[in-house]
Design a protein around this ligand. Sequence first.
Ligand code: SF4
Length: 80
Amino acid sequence: MPYKVTVDRVLCIACGAAPAACPRVYYLGNDNGKNRVVEQYSKEILEDKSVGEVPDELYQCAKEGADVCPVSAITVEKIK
Ligand code: SF4
């Protein structure tokens, strides 16, 4: 089962911690400099939100990015 990754780009302060912890899932977008899900796994990209779906093997990585976020802007949840 894949996982849904949501980045609240309003809360995001573009600190770079999530992309540093998990570059396979996150990077700072060149639209507004805030975190987003990489193109490969992106489902929706907006100014204020980025939503993606990542495979099981990237759960740990995606979760680590969420855990290091100082403003809790990232959620990772199992897709049922
Ligand atoms: S760790 Fe949080 S605040 Fe920092 S770039 Fe990632 S989402 Fe944005």
